[in-house]
Design a protein around this ligand. Structure first.
Ligand SMILES: [Zn+2]
Length: 484
């Protein structure tokens, strides 16, 4: 990989490594997933097919990457060897180039343009804290879930000290054209409404998709490199492949070796391999672009896939809007109860919630956390009540993971995960304050209906609650894991 500044052709690959959270919110354990056989669940299977072999052959050292917080937590607990190899890859890169190649991700994979401002701030802050906890340094960049972008999110990234993010070429303008390949991947400067600015890399959608959806056979990799990287219009500037990391090994079994050969073979085609943080150091933004707000890389209908449904998923997707309304109404109730408590006890609710990630990560106990935040004087009952409400805010954040709305039907484990986390937040609030929020939530959920099974969201809620009762232990439900 090159160290010096150079204006020739450059290639960078960014892998977004992520799994939807699979844990039962009441036990912290992943139920057995028969479809992942011979492995116990999909996390184990994808680790064996993708994360472990990519780490073993050194691919993580040569790409830039982000590992979602929920996946990082699982790897740390279940395959510490692979986890350490991935963390170590960032360290190797830092030793060689003065900057690491891992970047952060907003923590729960929420579609940020659909979140209110204080939740965007929380997601970004928790993502930075999770990254620091795992990689032992401040992140320089942040991956936006589904590349969902709006200017408010970019302002929050810049205010948090992040230098860059990545979007897809259909999300910016002026768009790259055949006559403007010199600067195709950027980085570009994006001026923000508050007067700040941030660097934005632009992935090459066609190039990225040619790996994601048409990965060459091993014998064709050299020809693929020649076709993609040579020719007049590709002589200068940066070309970025950015895609799901699982493309390499899980979606395409031979993808680990294809990636290894691309990374080691591109230089023989006159194209220097680089990573995004290194390239940004060497090539500060020279020109400016604008982003198309409320767009993503995985839906051509704005944010509809996660909001009201769109042709990206088949069938009747009215459940999406109904479920989102139920979650939003519940979130409003949870926030009202927490804010009232803050007012009574005299603290600012949202900055305290932002800092609560230290408890979530297991860095400090709840009591010590309150002590360190000027709340050591509280009576024991007040302390327990406040810690219960802060914990409820964790589950309230988790219920907005984008996977909930990504697929075609309500009666799948992803929407069940959201409803399960919501129930957990309701239970914690009930235990802390005696306030019962489940009736309104259940009523709202009754509007959402699965086309496939006919179950409503309320039916699913009842199922989850009765199963949780069977497994219930005395006392309030407690988190059994450490991590976001
Ligand atoms: Zn769509």
């Amino acid at each position: 990989m090159e160290k010096k500044t150079d204006t020739g052709c450059h290639l960078s690959v960014h892998g977004h490594f992520y799994q939807p959270p699979r844990e039962d919110p009441f036990t912290g354990h992943i139920p057995r997933e028969p479809s992942a056989a011979p492995y116990a669940n999909w996390n184990e299977r994808i680790t064996a097919e993708c994360y472990a072999p990519n780490a073993r052959v050194g691919n993580f050292e040569r790409i830039s990457f982000n590992v979602g917080g929920t996946l990082a937590r699982w790897l740390d607990q279940h395959d510490p060897g692979t986890y350490q190899e991935i963390i170590g890859a960032d360290r190797v890169h830092r030793d060689a180039y003065g900057t690491g190649n891992g970047i952060a991700q907003s923590v729960h994979h929420t579609i940020l343009p659909l979140a209110r401002r204080r939740d965007k701030i929380c997601q970004v802050h928790w993502g930075i804290a999770s990254f620091e906890h795992r990689f032992g340094r401040r992140p320089e960049g942040m991956w936006l879930p589904e590349m969902g972008v709006d200017y408010e999110t970019l302002e929050i990234l810049a205010a948090a000290g992040l230098r860059f993010t990545i979007v897809s070429d259909e999300q910016v303008y002026p768009r790259s054209s055949a006559g403007n390949w010199e600067a195709a991947g950027g980085p570009y400067r994006v001026s923000l409404p508050n007067g700040d600015s941030i660097a934005v890399f632009v992935r090459d959608r066609v190039l990225s998709n040619s790996l994601s959806f048409g990965m060459p056979a091993l014998a064709q990799v050299d020809q693929w490199l020649g076709d993609q990287l040579t020719g007049q219009r590709h002589q200068n500037g940066l070309r970025i492949v950015a895609t799901d990391g699982e493309t390499f090994g899980h979606h395409h079994r031979h993808g680990v070796e294809v990636l290894r050969r691309i990374l080691s073979g591109c230089e023989s085609h006159g194209c220097a391999l680089t990573t995004l943080p290194v390239y940004l150091d060497q090539h500060p933004p020279q020109s400016e672009i604008k982003v198309v707000e409320n767009t993503t890389w995985s839906c051509s209908h704005g944010l509809d896939r996660w909001l009201v449904g769109c042709p990206c998923t088949s069938g009747d997707s009215r459940w999406k809007g109904a479920l989102r309304r139920a979650l939003d109404n519940l979130a409003g109730d949870l926030d009202r109860v927490y804010s009232c408590e803050a007012q009574q006890l005299g603290f600012k609710p949202w900055p305290l919630r932002d800092r609560y990630i230290d408890v979530v990560l297991g860095k400090v106990s709840g009591e010590k956390f309150l002590n360190g935040n000027g709340l050591g004087h509280l009576m024991s009952a007040e302390t327990q009540r406040l810690l219960g409400l802060l914990e409820a805010q964790l589950y309230r954040q988790r219920m907005y993971t984008s996977c909930t709305f990504f697929f075609d039907d309500l009666d799948r484990y992803e929407p069940r995960y959201a409803i399960g986390n919501a129930i957990h937040a309701v239970a914690l609030t009930r235990d802390a304050t005696g306030e019962e929020l489940s009736h309104g939530f259940r009523r709202d959920l009754s509007v959402a209906r699965s086309v496939k099974s006919g179950l409503t969201g309320a039916d699913i809620l009842d199922e989850i609650v009765s199963r949780a009762r069977i497994a219930a232990r005395p006392g309030p439900p407690r988190r059994t894991d450490q991590g976001p």
